[in-house]
Design a protein around this ligand. Structure first.
Ligand code: PEP
Ligand code: MN
Length: 353
């Protein structure tokens, strides 16, 4: 349930109302400050409450509305239709993910392999306009015999690349035991597709402060995905970015997954959270990444995640879907044209290649 306050409601009245709601009604009010209005979100035992009775609690209440969806805090209604901005601290200042913000590009290798490759990739993607470096230290691999990531030592290499490039770092957390050391380097914590419904992990990242990138499970419905995000918000962390990375397909020959770009308009109508599209895992082939990245911008994505490797043929994971730095430069050049057309491009003016 949400209480929409009238424009210009006195702060003291909002406080009084919130106190009343928690002390006398046993609710947990959450104050959400929008651009124009303040909304008080109420989650808990609200089924038996009468909106008209609540309405009488203050002359400054404009409306009391029920959130009918099973997900509450992530629903668009919860912020009364206003998209949220997710601020992320990076070495070069705060970068915002949001629907009214420039598109944020995240790029880098699937796995952190050694210092030279991660620093080189970071400098190249930064020069092309990326704002974040991605790279896995802990890799969720289908086979236990495949490269599992260099673990803690790779976190140190990410720290070196962060320092050298000034980029923010996004890296995946697989095990809650690694949260503390991973948080020392990660500016955004990635929860991978395979852990989207690892509810104990979701509660743990919900109970800490770093923003979370929540990838869609490979067979997850949109509602399951939003309910997973709800776990993180319910545990106290409002800063979640949703990442579509392709869903399981029957055609494994020509595409690794089916990149579901329809989530862009669908999620936009359901949630205030920002959306990222990952065409690298979404298609599995470097040659298909540019078309889907362009389509994602045209369809309204807030962010893109692109795998880039200095030598894809030698990559320890996901080489076939990784762009070379030169191809990434070309892609960013093309994306600038589309991003500019939708007024959402703030990267450096691309140089002709
Ligand atoms: C990744 O980003 O490298 C990754 C493993 O992604 P996903 O969880 O989407 O498979
Ligand atoms: Mn990968």
């Amino acid at each position: 349930m949400i209480i929409v306050m009238k424009v210009g409601s006195p702060e003291a009245e909002i406080e009084r109302l919130s106190d009343d709601l928690s002390t006398n009604w046993g609710l947990t009010p959450e104050k959400i400050v929008g651009k124009h209005k303040v909304v008080i979100g109420l989650v808990g035992e609200t089924a038996g409450l009468d909106p008209l009775q609540l309405q009488e609690m203050s002359p400054f209440i404009e409306q009391v509305l029920r959130v009918e969806k099973p997900y509450k805090r992530v629903s668009l209604e919860y912020r009364h239709g206003e998209p949220s901005d997710i601020p992320v601290t990076t070495p070069e200042g705060t970068v915002y993910f949001g629907h009214n913000r420039p598109i944020v590009v995240v790029a880098g290798p699937c796995s952190v392999e050694n210092e030279e490759m991660i620093v080189e990739t970071a400098l190249r993607v930064k020069a092309a306009g990326a704002k974040f470096l991605r790279g896995g230290a802990y890799k969720p691999r289908t086979s236990p015999y495949a490269f599992q990531g260099h673990g803690e030592s790779a976190l140190n290499l990410l720290a070196a690349a962060r320092e050298a490039s000034g980029l923010g770092v996004i890296t995946e957390l697989m095990d809650a035991d690694d949260l503390e050391k991973l948080s020392e380097v990660a500016d955004v914590i990635q929860i991978g597709a395979r852990n989207m419904q690892n509810f104990s992990l979701l509660k743990k990242v919900g109970a800490q402060d770093k923003p979370v990138l929540l990838k869609r499970g490979m067979s997850a419905t949109i509602e399951e995905w939003l309910m997973a995000a709800e776990y993180i918000l319910a545990a106290g962390n409002p800063n979640v970015i949703l990442c579509e990375r392709g869903i399981r397909t029957f055609d494994r020959q020509y595409t690794r997954n089916t990149l579901d770009l329809s989530v862009l308009p669908v999620l936009r109508a359901l949630t205030h959270l920002p959306i990222m599209i990952d065409p690298s895992h979404g298609t599995g082939f470097a040659e298909h990444v540019p078309a889907m990245a362009k389509a994602a911008i045209a369809a309204g994505t807030d962010s893109l995640m692109i795998e880039v490797h200095p030598n894809p043929a030698k990559a320890l994971s996901d080489g076939p879907q990784s762009l070379t730095p030169d191809n990434f430069d070309r892609l960013m050049n093309d994306l600038g044209a589309i991003g500019g057309a939708v007024n959402r491009w703030q990267q450096p003016v691309p140089v002709p290649v």
